[in-house]
Design a protein around this ligand. Structure first.
Ligand code: ADP
Length: 251
């Protein structure tokens, strides 16, 4: 609980944290401006080279746009719009997008065990969290690897809860990285490739949903991130003709 509180305080500090981002953003702008300057100089004499510098500039501009977009999403902290979300169904229908994101070299396995459980969460935020975890898993795996998304009932908790685990066979994390993984803007990725906001978003989503997130990682073996979410009390959809009043609560 104390760690959670500390994390919450860090999250609040995000609003004040501008130095690091301005630095990254400036680096990206430098790429854009530098590329355009070279292109301008070369356009008459060596159009091929100019072309190449322009596409570098374009890349830099796109990265900068991506950074600001992610920052805005993060900073705006739009109020969650929770809905009753059947967890397995949601994951199953989102799997195609995850597959496309991780590419062919990584095999995705769905191992879903809570077909009758739902959570009261913002579905878009849930999908976003899942995507962030999948991207991290992909980035942690060089060459081939496997990504498993598993759901299960979390029996230990007093409040009925379920776990959504995202498990990879990637490089794993050192104890130091595990310690800092939820810090906003903490990244070990090369400048321009990581924003360090993915795991903070996952953390914020879980917390906002009344749950929590846990990380287990072994260097050289892989990582498992578990989002623990409270189970919503739902009315199962009554079969035609069934007496709705007698439909038991699932949770
Ligand atoms: P980003 O992905 O932009 O770096 P995140 O907040 O998502 O930001 O992750 C922070 C850091 O945590 C990553 O840079 C990486 O070092 C580490 N990390 C997160 N997920 C994994 C994973 N599945 N395997 C190994 N390292 C990870």
């Amino acid at each position: 609980a104390e760690a959670q509180l500390r994390q919450a305080q860090k999250m609040e500090a995000v609003g004040q944290l501008t130095g690091g981002i301005a630095h990254d953003f400036n680096n990206m702008l430098a790429v854009v401006v530098g590329g355009l300057e070279l292109a301008q100089r070369l356009v008459a004499t060596a159009p091929d080279k100019a072309q190449r510098h322009m596409s570098n500039a374009m890349d830099g501009a796109n990265r900068a746009a991506d950074l600001t977009r992610r920052l805005l999403t993060f900073a705006r902290a739009e109020p969650a719009r929770p809905e009753m979300m059947p967890v397995d169904d949601c994951i199953a229908s989102f799997a195609q997008l995850i597959e496309r994101t991780i590419g062919d070299r990584i095999a995705l396995t769905l191992d879903l065990h809570v077909p009758d459980l739902a959570c009261w969460v913002d579905r878009q935020q849930f999908e976003n969290a899942l995507l962030n975890l999948a991207v991290n898993a992909r980035d942690a795996m060089e060459g081939h690897g496997s990504l498993t998304i598993r759901t299960l009932r979390d029996e230990q908790e007093e409040v009925a809860a379920l776990a959504v685990q995202v498990i990879d066979t990637g490089c794993g994390m050192s104890a130091e990285v595990v310690e800092r993984v939820f810090d906003p803007f903490y990244t070990t990725k090369p400048a321009g490739q990581g924003t360090g906001l993915g795991m903070s978003q996952v953390f914020a989503f879980c917390r906002q949903s009344g749950g929590e997130v846990r990380v287990a990682s072994t260097e050289g073996e892989g990582t498992s991130v578990a989002m623990l979410l409270p189970v919503a009390r739902t009315q199962a959809v009554p079969a035609p003709g069934a007496d709705a009043d007698e439909t038991p609560d699932v949770a």
